[in-house]
Design a binder for this molecule. Structure first.
Ligand code: NAD
Length: 490
């Protein structure tokens, strides 16, 4: 728990001195720390300890002991009951989670309330219901009369590594299926969002999640790489950039360790020539393309527009971008907050400069929001570029969209598929069947018709350089389980 000296910010202590390992608040092995910086002001508001290899060793040992000491043998129904208690404890802390995330990474607080504050509760309840119905053993009989007992057992200790953009939801995409399956975990949050997990850990403790079942140690990428390669880790669940995902996959390949990878994206928003460019679509495309200040892996950031209506679409998208309210993430009316860090803002501005140099026309935005102190970037629309421009191929991870012209539907589909990535996407049309037919042909893990929203229970994940495996669904449980066939010969 927080010590008396810990500074309070908005009700949540922002100076922390411990990690959560083996069900206890333990002191770190080193005196290294991370500063917590308010993305909207650039001001330091707290400090947390930084995990090093010795801390990871302790966390993995605690997770292993908890797995072998009983959690791996609990019934799925017992685990479901605990998950519901965890959900109730988290629900009480929804407001604190939302404001803490918003302050750290610039997510507009209204969005943070919906996602970081609310969605994790629904996720725990969803996976608790799956655990309730879970059959650990199933007898199968084939056409030749052979009988097999198929057993599902938890894979063991999972390492969960998450980025800063949706820190709570993305941690829960690992925690929920792992708990349902009977695995234990070590979570490594990203340095910039190292405060929210204290709130989640306090909820887990209040719910009575047994000691060592979930352990949290924030650290940098070296600490993450150490965790991925640790000999006592049985499975890795990683969310982050494609570049880091390749390194994680390499380390797991070396050890023949199962891993799921949720990586980057550069998804297409295909506007068909019959789309109604109205207020409803404006709201839908703002969400699908500029969610979380554009810091969303699934965003439709390549807007593909029919040549016959190109000028209309460019004008429409410029209107969408310029109408969004940019401001302090903690203001409930803000629609676009700052970038999560100074370095990230410099990276996004670098892409904007590159777009201008490449000859694309900057229709609106195109710089930092100069009257604001934090790390703001104006919502920016580029036009008059093709799908080969660097800013149309690279993931920018900021509020920067490209509007690219296409000749006909076939070319739109080919362009959507001409990307190293395949994570999200949208199709916009007045004709539902026509849009659905286009959606079926896009090489991607998920795509929305006339909007985009993650549906709990439906698989989410990427194809190509966007990842391996799926989250948010019952299918995810399979990533945390081993299958064993016992052949019944008599
Ligand atoms: P990042 O890859 O730099 O870091 C992600 C996490 O991995 C951090 O905790 C980091 O410390 C850790 N890490 C980095 N290198 C590592 C390594 N070699 N071994 C182990 N751990 C390592 O990404 P970021 O900048 O924090 O997040 C943004 C990226 O995440 C974007 O590319 C975005 O598309 C992606 N993302 C994907 C999804 C998805 O579901 N597909 C969701 C959110 C974000």
């Amino acid at each position: 728990m927080a010590t008396a000296s810990e500074q309070m910010t908005g009700g949540v202590a922002a100076e922390r001195e411990h990690f959560f390992i083996g069900g206890e608040w333990v002191s770190p092995s080193s005196d290294k720390t991370f500063d917590l910086v308010n993305a909207s002001t650039g001001q330091v508001f707290g400090r947390v300890p930084e995990g090093v290899e010795a801390d990871m060793d302790r966390a993995v040992a605690a997770a292993k002991a908890a797995f072998e000491g009983g959690w791996g043998q609990t019934s799925a129904r017992e685990r479901a009951e605990l998950m519901r208690k965890f959900a109730a404890a988290l629900e009480k802390r929804g407001g604190d989670l939302a404001s803490t995330v918003s302050r750290q990474n610039g997510m507009p607080v209204a969005l943070a309330q919906q996602f970081e504050g609310g969605f994790p509760v629904a996720m725990l309840q969803f996976y608790a219901a799956i655990a309730d119905e879970m059959q650990e053993e199933e007898e199968r009989k084939n056409a030749m009369g052979q009988r097999t007992l198929v057993r599902r057992t938890p894979v063991g200790v999972a390492a969960g590594i998450v980025p800063w953009n949706f820190p709570v939801v993305l941690s829960m995409t690992k925690i929920c299926p792992a708990l349902a399956a009977g695995c234990t975990l070590v979570l490594k949050p990203s340095p910039g969002t190292s405060l929210d997990w204290y709130i989640v850990a306090e909820a887990a403790q209040e719910a009575g999640i047994p000691a060592g079942v979930i352990n949290w140690v924030p650290g940098d990428r070296e600490a993450g790489a150490y965790l991925v390669s640790h000999p006592d880790i049985d499975k890795v669940a990683f969310t982050g950039s494609t570049a880091a995902g390749r390194k994680v996959a390499q380390a797991c390949g070396e050890r023949l360790r199962p891993c799921t990878l949720e990586l980057g994206g550069k998804s297409a928003g295909i506007i068909l020539d019959d789309a109604t460019l109205d207020e409803e679509m404006a709201q839908g495309i703002a969400f699908a393309s500029l969610l979380n200040n554009g810091q969303a892996c699934l965003a439709s950031t390549r807007i593909l527009a029919p040549k016959s209506r190109y000028d209309d679409v460019v004008e429409f998208m410029a209107g969408v971008a310029s109408s969004l309210k940019v401001g302090d993430s903690m203001d409930s009316s803000t629609q676009v907050g700052p970038m999560a860090s100074r370095e990230h803002r410099e990276r996004v501005l670098g892409f904007i400069e590159q777009g201008k140099k490449e000859g694309a026309r900057c229709v609106t935005g195109g710089g930092s929001a100069k009257d604001l102190d934090g790390w703001f970037v104006e919502p920016t629309i580029f036009a008059d570029l093709d799908n080969n421009a660097n800013i149309a191929r690279e993931e920018i991870f900021g509020p920067v969209l490209c509007v690219i012209p296409y000749e006909d539907e076939a070319e739109a589909i080919a362009m959507a598929n001409d990307s190293p990535y395949g994570l999200g996407g949208t199709v916009w049309s007045a004709d539902h069947e026509r849009a659905l037919n286009v959606a079926r042909q896009v090489q991607t893990g998920s795509i929305g018709v006339n909007g985009y929203s993650l549906h709990l229970g439906s698989p989410f994940g990427g194809v190509k350089a966007s990842g391996l495996g799926r989250e948010f669904s019952g299918e995810t449980l399979g990533h945390y389980q081993q299958l064993k066939s016992i052949y019944l010969m008599n």
